[in-house]
Design a protein around this ligand. Structure first.
Ligand code: HEM
Length: 477
Protein backbone atom coordinates (compact mmCIF):
# COMPACT_ATOMS: atom_id res chain seq x y z
CA UNK A 1 0.00 0.00 0.00
CA UNK A 2 1.15 3.55 -0.61
CA UNK A 3 1.78 5.63 2.49
CA UNK A 4 1.62 9.36 2.70
CA UNK A 5 4.99 10.07 4.28
CA UNK A 6 6.24 13.25 2.54
CA UNK A 7 9.84 13.33 1.33
CA UNK A 8 11.83 16.57 1.50
CA UNK A 9 14.85 17.86 -0.39
CA UNK A 10 17.92 19.45 1.21
CA UNK A 11 16.09 22.82 1.61
CA UNK A 12 13.19 21.03 3.28
CA UNK A 13 10.87 21.69 0.33
CA UNK A 14 8.42 18.78 0.07
CA UNK A 15 9.17 16.77 -3.04
CA UNK A 16 6.52 14.96 -5.12
CA UNK A 17 7.68 11.65 -3.66
CA UNK A 18 5.57 9.03 -1.93
CA UNK A 19 7.20 6.46 0.31
CA UNK A 20 5.63 3.07 -0.30
CA UNK A 21 6.02 -0.31 -1.88
CA UNK A 22 7.53 -0.39 -5.39
CA UNK A 23 5.65 -3.60 -6.14
CA UNK A 24 2.39 -1.62 -6.01
CA UNK A 25 3.25 -0.42 -9.50
CA UNK A 26 3.53 -3.76 -11.35
CA UNK A 27 0.68 -5.06 -9.20
CA UNK A 28 -1.82 -2.55 -10.61
CA UNK A 29 -0.16 0.23 -12.65
CA UNK A 30 -3.32 2.28 -13.20
CA UNK A 31 -4.43 2.31 -9.55
CA UNK A 32 -0.87 3.19 -8.48
CA UNK A 33 -0.44 5.98 -11.06
CA UNK A 34 -3.87 7.47 -10.29
CA UNK A 35 -3.00 7.70 -6.62
CA UNK A 36 0.36 9.32 -7.31
CA UNK A 37 -1.20 11.78 -9.71
CA UNK A 38 -3.93 12.74 -7.21
CA UNK A 39 -1.25 13.31 -4.58
CA UNK A 40 1.36 15.15 -6.64
CA UNK A 41 0.03 16.23 -10.05
CA UNK A 42 1.98 15.81 -13.27
CA UNK A 43 5.27 14.52 -11.83
CA UNK A 44 5.73 11.99 -9.02
CA UNK A 45 8.03 9.34 -7.63
CA UNK A 46 7.42 6.22 -5.59
CA UNK A 47 10.23 5.42 -3.17
CA UNK A 48 11.19 2.31 -1.23
CA UNK A 49 14.48 1.73 0.59
CA UNK A 50 16.16 4.58 -1.28
CA UNK A 51 15.08 3.24 -4.68
CA UNK A 52 12.75 5.46 -6.74
CA UNK A 53 10.45 4.90 -9.67
CA UNK A 54 9.54 8.20 -11.41
CA UNK A 55 6.33 9.06 -13.27
CA UNK A 56 5.34 11.83 -15.66
CA UNK A 57 1.75 12.45 -16.74
CA UNK A 58 1.57 15.73 -18.71
CA UNK A 59 2.20 16.36 -22.46
CA UNK A 60 5.05 18.78 -21.62
CA UNK A 61 6.88 16.18 -19.53
CA UNK A 62 6.14 13.42 -22.10
CA UNK A 63 7.80 15.69 -24.65
CA UNK A 64 10.85 16.15 -22.44
CA UNK A 65 11.30 12.42 -21.83
CA UNK A 66 10.58 11.28 -25.37
CA UNK A 67 12.69 13.80 -27.26
CA UNK A 68 15.79 13.87 -25.07
CA UNK A 69 17.04 10.52 -26.32
CA UNK A 70 20.63 11.25 -25.25
CA UNK A 71 19.58 11.10 -21.59
CA UNK A 72 16.46 8.90 -21.58
CA UNK A 73 17.19 5.52 -23.12
CA UNK A 74 14.75 2.77 -23.98
CA UNK A 75 15.49 -0.43 -22.11
CA UNK A 76 12.50 -2.48 -23.14
CA UNK A 77 13.90 -5.80 -21.97
CA UNK A 78 15.17 -5.80 -18.41
CA UNK A 79 16.72 -9.27 -18.81
CA UNK A 80 19.42 -9.11 -21.53
CA UNK A 81 21.13 -12.45 -20.78
CA UNK A 82 24.90 -13.10 -20.93
CA UNK A 83 26.96 -11.73 -23.86
CA UNK A 84 26.89 -14.07 -26.88
CA UNK A 85 23.65 -15.68 -25.61
CA UNK A 86 20.50 -16.18 -27.66
CA UNK A 87 18.64 -14.01 -25.12
CA UNK A 88 21.11 -11.15 -25.73
CA UNK A 89 20.71 -11.44 -29.51
CA UNK A 90 16.91 -11.70 -29.35
CA UNK A 91 16.68 -8.55 -27.21
CA UNK A 92 19.03 -6.54 -29.42
CA UNK A 93 16.40 -5.27 -31.86
CA UNK A 94 14.91 -1.81 -32.24
CA UNK A 95 13.09 -1.61 -28.91
CA UNK A 96 16.37 -1.92 -26.97
CA UNK A 97 18.66 0.00 -29.34
CA UNK A 98 19.57 3.62 -28.60
CA UNK A 99 21.45 6.52 -30.18
CA UNK A 100 23.10 6.04 -33.58
CA UNK A 101 22.44 2.29 -33.46
CA UNK A 102 18.71 2.89 -33.04
CA UNK A 103 18.64 5.36 -35.96
CA UNK A 104 20.52 2.89 -38.14
CA UNK A 105 18.25 -0.05 -37.30
CA UNK A 106 15.15 2.06 -37.92
CA UNK A 107 16.42 3.13 -41.34
CA UNK A 108 17.09 -0.50 -42.26
CA UNK A 109 13.60 -1.79 -41.49
CA UNK A 110 11.68 1.39 -42.43
CA UNK A 111 10.82 0.33 -45.96
CA UNK A 112 8.76 -2.62 -44.74
CA UNK A 113 6.42 -0.17 -42.96
CA UNK A 114 5.86 2.43 -45.68
CA UNK A 115 2.48 2.97 -47.35
CA UNK A 116 3.64 1.24 -50.53
CA UNK A 117 4.48 -1.91 -48.56
CA UNK A 118 1.19 -1.79 -46.63
CA UNK A 119 -0.77 -1.91 -49.91
CA UNK A 120 1.04 -5.19 -50.58
CA UNK A 121 -0.06 -6.67 -47.22
CA UNK A 122 -3.76 -5.91 -47.77
CA UNK A 123 -4.64 -9.14 -49.64
CA UNK A 124 -3.24 -11.12 -46.70
CA UNK A 125 -5.27 -9.04 -44.20
CA UNK A 126 -8.39 -9.54 -46.34
CA UNK A 127 -7.92 -13.31 -46.75
CA UNK A 128 -7.34 -13.93 -43.06
CA UNK A 129 -10.30 -11.71 -42.09
CA UNK A 130 -12.48 -13.73 -44.46
CA UNK A 131 -11.14 -16.98 -43.02
CA UNK A 132 -11.95 -15.84 -39.48
CA UNK A 133 -15.44 -14.63 -40.35
CA UNK A 134 -16.32 -17.85 -42.15
CA UNK A 135 -16.32 -19.57 -38.77
CA UNK A 136 -18.63 -16.94 -37.21
CA UNK A 137 -22.35 -17.73 -37.33
CA UNK A 138 -25.40 -15.74 -36.41
CA UNK A 139 -26.78 -17.00 -33.08
CA UNK A 140 -23.35 -17.93 -31.68
CA UNK A 141 -21.84 -16.54 -28.51
CA UNK A 142 -18.14 -15.86 -29.05
CA UNK A 143 -15.22 -14.72 -26.94
CA UNK A 144 -14.23 -11.57 -28.84
CA UNK A 145 -10.91 -11.20 -27.06
CA UNK A 146 -9.90 -14.75 -27.95
CA UNK A 147 -11.01 -14.31 -31.56
CA UNK A 148 -9.02 -11.08 -31.97
CA UNK A 149 -5.93 -12.59 -30.31
CA UNK A 150 -6.06 -15.71 -32.52
CA UNK A 151 -6.69 -13.59 -35.60
CA UNK A 152 -3.71 -11.36 -34.85
CA UNK A 153 -1.52 -14.39 -34.14
CA UNK A 154 -2.31 -15.72 -37.61
CA UNK A 155 -2.03 -12.31 -39.25
CA UNK A 156 1.22 -11.24 -37.55
CA UNK A 157 2.84 -14.62 -38.25
CA UNK A 158 1.82 -14.42 -41.90
CA UNK A 159 2.76 -10.74 -42.28
CA UNK A 160 6.16 -11.39 -40.81
CA UNK A 161 7.03 -14.80 -42.17
CA UNK A 162 4.74 -15.23 -45.19
CA UNK A 163 1.95 -17.66 -45.94
CA UNK A 164 4.11 -20.39 -47.51
CA UNK A 165 4.26 -22.43 -44.34
CA UNK A 166 1.46 -21.16 -42.10
CA UNK A 167 1.74 -23.89 -39.44
CA UNK A 168 5.44 -23.13 -38.89
CA UNK A 169 4.75 -19.38 -38.87
CA UNK A 170 2.03 -19.80 -36.20
CA UNK A 171 4.26 -22.06 -34.14
CA UNK A 172 7.02 -19.45 -34.11
CA UNK A 173 4.42 -16.77 -33.38
CA UNK A 174 3.17 -18.65 -30.34
CA UNK A 175 6.76 -19.17 -29.16
CA UNK A 176 7.52 -15.45 -29.45
CA UNK A 177 4.39 -14.65 -27.43
CA UNK A 178 5.48 -17.05 -24.72
CA UNK A 179 8.99 -15.58 -24.75
CA UNK A 180 7.70 -11.99 -24.46
CA UNK A 181 5.48 -13.06 -21.55
CA UNK A 182 8.40 -14.76 -19.78
CA UNK A 183 10.51 -11.63 -20.25
CA UNK A 184 7.89 -9.44 -18.64
CA UNK A 185 7.38 -11.79 -15.73
CA UNK A 186 11.12 -11.81 -15.16
CA UNK A 187 11.36 -8.05 -15.66
CA UNK A 188 9.57 -7.82 -12.31
CA UNK A 189 12.66 -9.41 -10.74
CA UNK A 190 14.14 -5.90 -11.01
CA UNK A 191 11.87 -5.31 -7.99
CA UNK A 192 12.16 -8.65 -6.20
CA UNK A 193 14.77 -11.41 -6.09
CA UNK A 194 13.86 -14.98 -5.17
CA UNK A 195 15.06 -18.54 -5.88
CA UNK A 196 11.98 -19.02 -8.04
CA UNK A 197 13.08 -16.11 -10.24
CA UNK A 198 16.55 -17.69 -10.68
CA UNK A 199 14.93 -20.89 -11.96
CA UNK A 200 12.75 -18.94 -14.33
CA UNK A 201 15.81 -17.06 -15.58
CA UNK A 202 17.36 -20.40 -16.60
CA UNK A 203 14.09 -21.34 -18.26
CA UNK A 204 14.11 -18.07 -20.20
CA UNK A 205 17.69 -18.55 -21.45
CA UNK A 206 16.86 -22.09 -22.59
CA UNK A 207 13.66 -21.02 -24.31
CA UNK A 208 15.47 -18.11 -26.05
CA UNK A 209 17.89 -20.68 -27.55
CA UNK A 210 15.03 -22.73 -29.01
CA UNK A 211 13.28 -19.66 -30.35
CA UNK A 212 16.41 -18.30 -31.99
CA UNK A 213 16.96 -21.60 -33.82
CA UNK A 214 13.38 -21.52 -35.18
CA UNK A 215 13.56 -17.91 -36.34
CA UNK A 216 17.02 -18.39 -37.89
CA UNK A 217 15.62 -21.40 -39.82
CA UNK A 218 12.73 -19.30 -41.10
CA UNK A 219 15.11 -16.52 -42.20
CA UNK A 220 17.32 -19.04 -44.03
CA UNK A 221 14.20 -20.31 -45.87
CA UNK A 222 13.23 -16.77 -46.89
CA UNK A 223 16.75 -16.08 -48.17
CA UNK A 224 16.64 -19.23 -50.28
CA UNK A 225 13.22 -18.57 -51.74
CA UNK A 226 14.34 -15.05 -52.84
CA UNK A 227 11.88 -12.18 -53.40
CA UNK A 228 8.69 -14.27 -53.80
CA UNK A 229 5.67 -13.25 -51.81
CA UNK A 230 5.63 -9.89 -50.06
CA UNK A 231 6.03 -10.11 -46.29
CA UNK A 232 7.71 -8.00 -43.63
CA UNK A 233 10.70 -10.29 -43.27
CA UNK A 234 11.41 -10.42 -47.01
CA UNK A 235 11.19 -6.60 -47.11
CA UNK A 236 13.55 -6.31 -44.13
CA UNK A 237 15.94 -8.78 -45.75
CA UNK A 238 16.13 -6.43 -48.73
CA UNK A 239 16.60 -3.36 -46.51
CA UNK A 240 20.04 -1.75 -46.35
CA UNK A 241 21.71 1.65 -46.27
CA UNK A 242 25.09 3.01 -47.26
CA UNK A 243 26.64 1.13 -44.32
CA UNK A 244 25.31 -2.24 -45.45
CA UNK A 245 22.43 -4.40 -44.26
CA UNK A 246 21.38 -5.96 -40.96
CA UNK A 247 23.54 -8.83 -39.74
CA UNK A 248 21.92 -12.31 -39.36
CA UNK A 249 21.94 -11.86 -35.54
CA UNK A 250 20.24 -8.48 -35.85
CA UNK A 251 17.61 -9.94 -38.16
CA UNK A 252 16.64 -12.56 -35.58
CA UNK A 253 16.26 -9.82 -32.95
CA UNK A 254 14.18 -7.60 -35.24
CA UNK A 255 11.83 -10.45 -36.17
CA UNK A 256 11.17 -11.36 -32.52
CA UNK A 257 10.65 -7.74 -31.47
CA UNK A 258 8.43 -6.78 -34.36
CA UNK A 259 6.21 -9.78 -33.72
CA UNK A 260 6.07 -9.01 -29.99
CA UNK A 261 5.30 -5.34 -30.63
CA UNK A 262 2.57 -6.03 -33.18
CA UNK A 263 0.53 -8.99 -32.04
CA UNK A 264 -1.18 -8.26 -28.73
CA UNK A 265 -1.22 -4.46 -29.06
CA UNK A 266 -3.33 -4.72 -32.21
CA UNK A 267 -5.47 -7.59 -30.86
CA UNK A 268 -6.39 -5.62 -27.71
CA UNK A 269 -7.06 -2.46 -29.75
CA UNK A 270 -9.46 -4.39 -32.00
CA UNK A 271 -11.18 -5.90 -28.95
CA UNK A 272 -11.60 -2.59 -27.09
CA UNK A 273 -12.79 -0.76 -30.21
CA UNK A 274 -15.49 -3.37 -30.96
CA UNK A 275 -16.50 -3.65 -27.30
CA UNK A 276 -16.92 0.14 -26.95
CA UNK A 277 -18.90 0.33 -30.18
CA UNK A 278 -21.20 -2.49 -29.03
CA UNK A 279 -21.79 -0.63 -25.75
CA UNK A 280 -22.56 2.70 -27.50
CA UNK A 281 -25.44 1.86 -29.85
CA UNK A 282 -25.86 5.39 -31.23
CA UNK A 283 -22.25 5.54 -32.37
CA UNK A 284 -22.45 1.97 -33.69
CA UNK A 285 -25.56 2.75 -35.72
CA UNK A 286 -23.96 5.91 -37.18
CA UNK A 287 -20.80 3.97 -38.11
CA UNK A 288 -22.80 1.16 -39.72
CA UNK A 289 -24.83 3.68 -41.70
CA UNK A 290 -21.58 5.21 -42.96
CA UNK A 291 -20.23 1.77 -43.91
CA UNK A 292 -23.39 0.89 -45.84
CA UNK A 293 -23.19 4.17 -47.73
CA UNK A 294 -19.49 4.00 -48.65
CA UNK A 295 -18.56 0.31 -48.77
CA UNK A 296 -21.63 -1.66 -49.69
CA UNK A 297 -20.47 -4.87 -48.00
CA UNK A 298 -16.94 -4.94 -49.45
CA UNK A 299 -13.59 -5.41 -47.74
CA UNK A 300 -12.27 -1.86 -48.12
CA UNK A 301 -9.13 -0.63 -49.85
CA UNK A 302 -7.07 2.04 -48.10
CA UNK A 303 -8.59 4.68 -50.39
CA UNK A 304 -12.11 3.45 -49.59
CA UNK A 305 -11.63 3.98 -45.83
CA UNK A 306 -10.62 7.63 -46.29
CA UNK A 307 -14.19 9.01 -46.16
CA UNK A 308 -15.14 6.90 -43.09
CA UNK A 309 -14.87 9.78 -40.61
CA UNK A 310 -17.26 8.40 -37.97
CA UNK A 311 -15.38 5.14 -37.86
CA UNK A 312 -12.04 6.89 -37.68
CA UNK A 313 -13.28 8.98 -34.73
CA UNK A 314 -14.61 5.83 -33.00
CA UNK A 315 -11.20 4.12 -33.34
CA UNK A 316 -9.32 7.24 -32.19
CA UNK A 317 -11.57 7.59 -29.17
CA UNK A 318 -11.26 3.95 -28.13
CA UNK A 319 -7.45 4.24 -28.37
CA UNK A 320 -7.69 7.33 -26.17
CA UNK A 321 -9.90 5.94 -23.47
CA UNK A 322 -8.56 2.35 -23.41
CA UNK A 323 -5.08 2.54 -25.01
CA UNK A 324 -3.61 -0.93 -25.58
CA UNK A 325 -0.18 0.41 -24.66
CA UNK A 326 -0.91 1.81 -21.19
CA UNK A 327 2.61 2.96 -20.33
CA UNK A 328 6.26 2.66 -21.32
CA UNK A 329 9.45 3.48 -19.53
CA UNK A 330 12.86 5.01 -20.05
CA UNK A 331 16.14 4.76 -18.15
CA UNK A 332 18.46 7.73 -17.58
CA UNK A 333 22.03 7.16 -18.75
CA UNK A 334 23.40 10.25 -17.00
CA UNK A 335 22.33 12.33 -14.00
CA UNK A 336 19.63 14.84 -14.87
CA UNK A 337 17.04 17.20 -13.39
CA UNK A 338 13.38 16.47 -14.05
CA UNK A 339 11.19 19.25 -12.63
CA UNK A 340 11.97 19.37 -8.89
CA UNK A 341 13.51 15.89 -8.91
CA UNK A 342 17.17 15.05 -9.26
CA UNK A 343 17.54 11.78 -11.19
CA UNK A 344 20.81 9.89 -10.80
CA UNK A 345 22.11 7.77 -13.69
CA UNK A 346 20.06 4.56 -14.01
CA UNK A 347 16.73 6.06 -12.87
CA UNK A 348 13.54 4.58 -14.31
CA UNK A 349 10.93 7.05 -15.63
CA UNK A 350 7.45 5.92 -16.63
CA UNK A 351 5.24 7.85 -19.05
CA UNK A 352 1.69 6.72 -19.50
CA UNK A 353 -0.66 6.96 -22.44
CA UNK A 354 -3.53 6.00 -20.17
CA UNK A 355 -2.87 8.78 -17.66
CA UNK A 356 -2.26 11.54 -20.24
CA UNK A 357 -5.33 10.48 -22.24
CA UNK A 358 -7.46 10.87 -19.11
CA UNK A 359 -6.41 14.44 -18.21
CA UNK A 360 -9.64 16.48 -17.96
CA UNK A 361 -7.93 19.71 -19.16
CA UNK A 362 -7.10 17.99 -22.44
CA UNK A 363 -10.18 15.79 -22.73
CA UNK A 364 -13.25 17.08 -20.82
CA UNK A 365 -15.18 14.22 -19.20
CA UNK A 366 -12.18 11.97 -19.89
CA UNK A 367 -13.87 8.72 -18.82
CA UNK A 368 -16.67 9.17 -21.37
CA UNK A 369 -16.40 7.55 -24.77
CA UNK A 370 -17.25 10.49 -27.04
CA UNK A 371 -16.02 9.96 -30.63
CA UNK A 372 -17.66 13.28 -31.57
CA UNK A 373 -15.04 15.14 -29.51
CA UNK A 374 -12.55 14.51 -32.35
CA UNK A 375 -14.34 16.90 -34.71
CA UNK A 376 -13.30 19.80 -32.44
CA UNK A 377 -9.85 18.88 -31.15
CA UNK A 378 -6.38 18.30 -32.52
CA UNK A 379 -4.15 17.42 -29.58
CA UNK A 380 -0.36 17.56 -29.81
CA UNK A 381 1.55 14.28 -30.44
CA UNK A 382 2.54 14.30 -26.75
CA UNK A 383 -1.05 14.73 -25.55
CA UNK A 384 -2.46 11.90 -27.69
CA UNK A 385 0.10 9.14 -28.04
CA UNK A 386 -1.42 5.66 -28.42
CA UNK A 387 1.58 4.79 -30.59
CA UNK A 388 4.11 6.70 -28.51
CA UNK A 389 5.72 9.88 -29.89
CA UNK A 390 9.04 11.32 -31.01
CA UNK A 391 11.98 9.48 -32.57
CA UNK A 392 10.83 6.09 -31.30
CA UNK A 393 7.18 6.37 -32.23
CA UNK A 394 5.67 3.04 -33.25
CA UNK A 395 7.01 2.03 -36.65
CA UNK A 396 3.99 -0.18 -37.22
CA UNK A 397 1.39 2.57 -36.59
CA UNK A 398 0.34 2.96 -40.27
CA UNK A 399 0.10 -0.83 -40.61
CA UNK A 400 -1.88 -1.13 -37.36
CA UNK A 401 -4.25 1.62 -38.53
CA UNK A 402 -4.67 -0.16 -41.88
CA UNK A 403 -5.63 -3.35 -40.02
CA UNK A 404 -8.06 -1.55 -37.71
CA UNK A 405 -9.68 0.44 -40.52
CA UNK A 406 -10.23 -2.58 -42.75
CA UNK A 407 -11.01 -5.37 -40.27
CA UNK A 408 -13.49 -3.44 -38.08
CA UNK A 409 -15.70 -2.35 -41.05
CA UNK A 410 -15.63 -5.87 -42.48
CA UNK A 411 -16.87 -7.34 -39.17
CA UNK A 412 -19.49 -4.64 -38.66
CA UNK A 413 -20.91 -5.07 -42.16
CA UNK A 414 -21.48 -8.80 -41.62
CA UNK A 415 -22.61 -8.96 -37.99
CA UNK A 416 -24.15 -7.03 -35.15
CA UNK A 417 -22.11 -7.58 -31.98
CA UNK A 418 -23.86 -7.37 -28.64
CA UNK A 419 -22.17 -7.94 -25.28
CA UNK A 420 -23.69 -10.87 -23.36
CA UNK A 421 -25.47 -9.30 -20.35
CA UNK A 422 -23.57 -9.79 -17.09
CA UNK A 423 -20.19 -10.51 -18.77
CA UNK A 424 -17.27 -9.87 -16.43
CA UNK A 425 -15.21 -7.24 -18.27
CA UNK A 426 -12.06 -6.84 -16.25
CA UNK A 427 -9.10 -4.96 -17.67
CA UNK A 428 -5.58 -5.35 -16.35
CA UNK A 429 -2.25 -3.94 -17.44
CA UNK A 430 -0.19 -7.01 -18.35
CA UNK A 431 3.30 -6.51 -19.79
CA UNK A 432 2.55 -2.74 -20.22
CA UNK A 433 -0.61 -3.57 -22.23
CA UNK A 434 -4.16 -2.83 -21.13
CA UNK A 435 -5.65 -6.25 -21.71
CA UNK A 436 -9.06 -7.79 -21.18
CA UNK A 437 -8.72 -10.50 -18.54
CA UNK A 438 -10.80 -13.56 -19.36
CA UNK A 439 -13.36 -14.04 -22.10
CA UNK A 440 -15.27 -11.07 -23.50
CA UNK A 441 -18.54 -12.75 -24.50
CA UNK A 442 -20.42 -11.34 -27.49
CA UNK A 443 -23.68 -12.45 -29.08
CA UNK A 444 -23.29 -12.61 -32.84
CA UNK A 445 -26.46 -11.24 -34.43
CA UNK A 446 -27.70 -10.52 -37.92
CA UNK A 447 -26.70 -7.14 -39.35
CA UNK A 448 -29.46 -4.62 -38.78
CA UNK A 449 -30.51 -6.17 -35.43
CA UNK A 450 -31.29 -3.62 -32.78
CA UNK A 451 -28.12 -2.45 -31.05
CA UNK A 452 -28.26 -2.04 -27.27
CA UNK A 453 -25.71 -1.57 -24.49
CA UNK A 454 -25.72 -4.32 -21.88
CA UNK A 455 -24.94 -4.38 -18.15
CA UNK A 456 -21.51 -5.83 -17.44
CA UNK A 457 -19.54 -6.57 -14.29
CA UNK A 458 -15.79 -6.37 -13.59
CA UNK A 459 -13.60 -3.30 -13.20
CA UNK A 460 -14.18 -1.82 -16.67
CA UNK A 461 -16.48 0.88 -15.25
CA UNK A 462 -13.53 2.24 -13.22
CA UNK A 463 -11.79 3.03 -16.52
CA UNK A 464 -14.58 4.15 -18.83
CA UNK A 465 -18.18 5.28 -18.30
CA UNK A 466 -20.63 2.87 -19.90
CA UNK A 467 -24.23 3.81 -20.66
CA UNK A 468 -26.68 2.54 -18.07
CA UNK A 469 -23.87 1.46 -15.75
CA UNK A 470 -23.53 2.87 -12.25
CA UNK A 471 -20.42 5.11 -11.99
CA UNK A 472 -18.04 3.62 -9.46
CA UNK A 473 -16.06 5.77 -7.07
CA UNK A 474 -12.79 6.04 -9.02
CA UNK A 475 -11.06 7.36 -5.91
CA UNK A 476 -11.47 3.92 -4.37
CA UNK A 477 -10.36 2.10 -7.53
C1 HEM B 1 -2.66 -0.82 -32.24
C2 HEM B 1 -1.51 -1.45 -32.30
C3 HEM B 1 -0.19 -0.91 -31.75
C4 HEM B 1 0.03 -0.10 -30.68
C5 HEM B 1 -0.99 0.48 -29.70
C6 HEM B 1 1.47 0.12 -30.62
C7 HEM B 1 2.10 0.91 -29.67
C8 HEM B 1 3.45 1.19 -29.69
C9 HEM B 1 4.09 2.13 -28.79
C10 HEM B 1 3.39 2.92 -27.70
C11 HEM B 1 5.41 2.16 -29.11
C12 HEM B 1 6.47 3.05 -28.48
C13 HEM B 1 6.99 2.46 -27.19
C14 HEM B 1 7.95 3.40 -26.50
O1 HEM B 1 8.11 4.55 -26.86
O2 HEM B 1 8.55 2.92 -25.52
C15 HEM B 1 5.63 1.21 -30.20
C16 HEM B 1 6.84 0.93 -30.78
C17 HEM B 1 7.02 0.03 -31.79
N1 HEM B 1 6.04 -0.67 -32.46
FE1 HEM B 1 4.07 -0.56 -32.12
N2 HEM B 1 2.06 -0.58 -31.64
C18 HEM B 1 1.08 -1.21 -32.36
C19 HEM B 1 1.25 -2.00 -33.48
C20 HEM B 1 2.46 -2.29 -34.06
C21 HEM B 1 2.64 -3.11 -35.24
C22 HEM B 1 1.48 -3.71 -36.05
C23 HEM B 1 3.99 -3.22 -35.44
C24 HEM B 1 4.74 -3.95 -36.51
C25 HEM B 1 4.24 -4.76 -37.40
C26 HEM B 1 4.65 -2.44 -34.41
C27 HEM B 1 6.02 -2.29 -34.31
C28 HEM B 1 6.64 -1.44 -33.42
C29 HEM B 1 8.07 -1.23 -33.39
C30 HEM B 1 9.10 -1.90 -34.29
C31 HEM B 1 8.32 -0.31 -32.36
C32 HEM B 1 9.68 0.21 -31.90
C33 HEM B 1 10.00 1.53 -32.53
C34 HEM B 1 11.32 2.10 -32.06
O3 HEM B 1 11.74 1.84 -30.94
O4 HEM B 1 11.93 2.82 -32.85
N3 HEM B 1 3.69 -1.91 -33.59
N4 HEM B 1 4.41 0.65 -30.54
Amino acid sequence: MLTLAPVHDADSEPLPVTAGCLLDFPDDPIVCMRRLQRQHGSIAALEQDGQRLHFVFSPELNHQILTNTAVYHSRFFAVRGPRQSAQRRLTSGLLSANGADHKRQRRMVMEAFLKKAIHGYLPMIRDLTEEMLQSWQIGQTRDLSRDMTDFMLRLTSSLLFGMDNPELAYRIGRMIDQWVQLNHELGISVFVSSPEMTLRYEELLHFAGELETEIAGMIAQQRQSGAGEQNLLSMILQGHDEQGSLSPDELVGQAALIFGAAHLTTAHTLTWALFLLAQHPETLTAVQHELRYHLDGRFPTLDAVEPLKQMEAAIKESMRVLPASAYSQRMTVEPTQLGPLHLPRGSAVVFSQFMTHHLPDLYPQPERYLPERWSGISPSPYAYLPFGAGPRMCLGAPLAMAILKTVIPTILQRFQLSVVPGTDVTAKVISTMLSPVGPLWMDIRAPGSIAASQPVTGNIATLVDLPGQARPLRRAA
